[in-house]
Design a protein around this ligand. Sequence first.
Ligand SMILES: [Zn+2]
Length: 68
Amino acid sequence: MKDFHCRDVGANCDFVARGENNEEILKQVAKHAENAHQMKVTPDLQKKVEGLIHDESSDAHRRSAARP
Ligand SMILES: [Zn+2]
C-alpha cells in the first residue's frame, strides 16, 4: 500500500491518500485538493505529488507521519 501526505506539499493539512498505485492516489488527491484547498491539480503539481507518493513501509512514510 502506498500513500501521500498532503503535508508533504507544504499544506497545513492532515489529509493522507492511500492506494495500491499512483493513479488511485492521484484521484483522491485531485478530489481533496478541490474540496479542501480549492485547488486544481496542475501537471506540475501532479508531478510533485507523484514524487511524494511512497510506500507505507518506507522511511519517507515514517518521516511524513511523524511530522507535527
Ligand atoms: Zn490537504
